[in-house]
Design a protein around this ligand. Structure first.
Ligand code: C2E
Ligand code: MG
Ligand code: MG
Ligand code: MG
Length: 283
């Protein structure tokens, strides 16, 4: 991008040329990521990482599943770079299916060892909207023996924008199996609190932007308190994500039952390593 920019500037600052070359580059990069991701899926370059979620007394309540791509040449590629690309096509369905299968196998292992933990999986909107999604997930739960009561699906507010009645019906069907729903990045999306009444939501995940600034910024602190008030009145669980500093943890410590997630408590780690570190005896 830099070379293109310099070239355009040298040539008299043609803004259109800069814009087009950036667009072309972005599209070419998306195609390349898509092709390489297909290859990665088929060649075992994708791995599940787990990040701990803990209660105020320090007890572990579960973990969020976060996918990682270890590219053989480029090294780790962050999900922020490939999930949105995958979400543009049905490639996300394949990727999401892989993630769910691995997560359910992990859940079944935890259950078999008598370890009482939940796993939260990020739900792809495109996968969720497939007509095959619910029967497929039921089949997966049956195949793996994973207990749906220990599974939380993290959704973002974007999922509720269109076709709310169909979305509600599907969520209700999954809720009836025992699955919990959590709203991820709560407060940053297209949010109308009316959804909280209409949909079977169990948990709000306060976006890390609010959490990180809350100790120093009264506006963020007020927003966190407003979210906590809504959650308390509607009897919803609350997770705070992105906790990095003791000040952020202290801010939350006087505010009731909030599940904690962030680098301060534990970074996302490869599932096997995580199990060794966080389960006793280590799985
Ligand atoms: P998310 O679901 O909101 O995940 C939380 C992100 O915050 C993760 O980034 C996590 O590594 C990061 N994080 C955790 N603690 C801290 C902290 O203390 N400080 C900071 N600065 N960050 C923290 P990650 O893993 O890069 O994932 C980014 C996004 O990509 C996720 O946001 C989610 O939207 C998507 N994603 C990741 N894994 C999956 C997956 O398995 N399936 C789907 N569909 N999407 C995924
Ligand atoms: Mg999440
Ligand atoms: Mg989040
Ligand atoms: Mg702020």
């Amino acid at each position: 991008a830099d070379t293109a920019l310099h070239r355009a500037k040298d040539g008299g600052g043609n803004q259109v040329a800069v814009f087009e070359s950036h667009m072309g580059e972005a599209i070419a990069q998306s195609f390349r990521i898509e092709a390489e991701l297909r290859h990665a899926l088929a060649h075992g370059e994708l791995q599940l990482h787990l990040q701990p979620q803990t209660l105020p007394d320090g007890t572990l309540s579960g973990a969020e599943v976060l996918v990682r791509w270890q590219h053989p040449l480029e090294g780790p590629i962050p999900p922020g770079r490939f999930i949105p690309v995958a979400e543009q096509s049905d490639l996300i369905v394949e990727l999401s299916a892989f993630i769910f299968r691995e997560a359910c196998l992990l859940l079944a292992r935890l259950q078999a060892a008598g370890v009482d933990l939940r796993l939260s999986v990020n739900l792809s909107p495109r996968h969720f909207r497939k007509h095959s999604f619910i029967p497929w997930l039921k089949g997966l739960l049956a195949d793996t023996g994973a207990d749906p009561h220990r599974l939380t699906l993290e959704v973002t507010e974007g999922l509720f924008i269109d076709n709310l009645s169909e979305t509600a019906a599907r969520m209700d069907e999954l809720c009836a199996l025992g699955i919990h729903f959590s709203i991820d990045d709560f407060g940053t999306g297209y949010s109308s609190l009316a959804y909280l009444k209409r949909l079977p939501i169990r948990e709000l995940k306060i976006d890390k932007g609010f959490i990180q600034d809350a100790p120093s910024d009264p506006d963020d602190a007020a927003l966190v308190d407003a979210i906590l008030a809504v959650a308390q009145n509607l009897h919803l669980e609350v997770v705070a994500e992105g906790i990095e500093t003791p000040e952020q943890a202290t801010f939350l410590s006087t505010r009731g039952r909030i599940i904690r997630q962030g680098y301060l408590f534990g970074r996302p780690e490869p599932a096997e390593l995580w199990l060794q570190r966080w389960t006793t005896p280590p799985l």
